[in-house]
Design a protein around this ligand. Structure first.
Ligand code: KG4
Ligand code: ZN
Length: 334
């Protein structure tokens, strides 16, 4: 079955064609990033994002069909991210997908962005199937989700404030690294000492599976400001390495708890921050030690892309989760 999918929840306009069924295959996955437009402002400007999606969406969608070498009438369904995200950005994708589906008599499948991130793993790992525990870490979300079937999800832990990616980006920004600084922090961390500085944990110490990244972020930023006020040099690599180490040990603490509670038959990492080399390595080691299967997406499927939306869209379609022309977009996750 061929799914044409569209993603426009934040600052990437993307369209893809995936072939789903016995085999899960990406036929095309075109991503137009707006990062340069937003870098000037140090973060995503919703108004600019919406306008840039409008300018790109038609071209990107036809490019995806062309690269897949499929005409629109060979497609079996149209899947689109309809939540969560920037409302103006989501509405561009939803309206476009709606008109494509309605005018071509195709089923329209709304897809939750976070579920899409998890589904990126189905495309990369042919034998992966639920149940598993998913750690979804991105610029806007940090959640531990029990995935009991392709369409049954239960959030068992989440951040109570900032997302992990947001914390990476904000610490980077205070060190003068342009938005989004996550990838540069990753490289810097490789050159620093992860034990040079001691930072407070992001794992909430209450037996829950929740995180709080705002305390850690503020602490690191305060340290940076103090060094600057004293006219001392900022050890960027050590800060990046120690910050990354703190984030990872916080995650491991919660995963230990999840494992003890029998909530982690297998571990799946997803979301933009799953590109982080240190996190990938640490979770690979953790899973090996605990004897549980682990997988994460290849780098091109970590960030926002439409192929992951198509993959999840397929399973939503099988479950009968289609929508009509009255489909709406929602900023919130629930
Ligand atoms: O999933 P995503 O593309 O967009 C959202 O849905 O939020 O995630 C983007 C986030 C940004 O915060 C970015 O800095 C972060 O993922 N990121 C990284 C790395 N690559 C991207 N964070 C840490 N290490 C990386 N290598
Ligand atoms: Zn995302």
């Amino acid at each position: 079955m061929y799914i044409l999918s569209i993603e426009s929840s934040c600052d990437e306009t993307s369209a893809a064609v995936v072939s789903m069924g016995e085999e899960r295959k990406i036929l095309s996955n075109v991503v137009a990033s707006q990062i340069e437009l937003h870098a000037l402002y140090g973060g995503v400007v919703p108004e600019i994002a919406g306008r840039a999606h409008i300018e790109a969406i038609s071209r990107i969608t036809y490019e995806a069909l062309e690269q897949a070498e499929l005409p629109l009438n060979a497609v079996d369904a149209v899947a689109v991210t309809n939540r969560p995200g920037l409302i103006g950005a989501l509405l561009v994708g939803v309206s476009f997908a709606k008109s494509l589906a309605v005018s071509n008599g195709l089923p329209l499948v709304p897809v939750h962005h976070i579920r899409g991130h998890i589904a990126a793993n189905y495309l990369a790992h042919p034998t992966l199937e639920p149940p598993f525990l998913a750690l979804v870490v991105s610029g806007g979300h940090t959640s531990l989700i029990e995935v009991s079937s392709y369409t049954d999800f239960r959030t068992v832990g989440r951040t109570r404030d900032d997302a992990m990616g947001e914390a990476f980006d904000k610490v980077a920004r205070v060190m003068g690294i342009p938005y989004p600084g996550g990838a540069v922090m990753d490289r810097l961390a490789s050159e620093g000492d992860p034990h040079a500085l001691l930072f407070p944990s992001a794992a909430i110490a209450d037996g829950s599976l929740d995180f709080s990244f705002s305390g850690l972020k503020t602490h690191v930023i305060n340290v940076l400001h103090t060094l600057r006020q004293r006219g001392e040099p900022i050890p960027k690599a050590d800060v990046a390495a120690s910050f990354t180490e703190t984030v990872i040990s916080s995650v491991i603490r919660k995963l230990e708890l999840a494992l003890e509670a029998g909530r982690c038959p297998a571990l799946v990492l997803a979301g933009g921050v799953s590109a982080n080399s240190h996190l990938r390595r640490a979770l690979t080691g953790f899973a090996e030690k605990k004897g549980i299967p682990f997988c994460c997406p290849p780098l091109p499927l970590c960030g926002d892309n439409a192929a992951m939306i198509g993959a999840q869209g397929y399973y939503e379609l099988l479950a009968g989760h289609t929508a009509g022309a009255d489909l709406n977009a929602f900023a919130s996750a629930e």
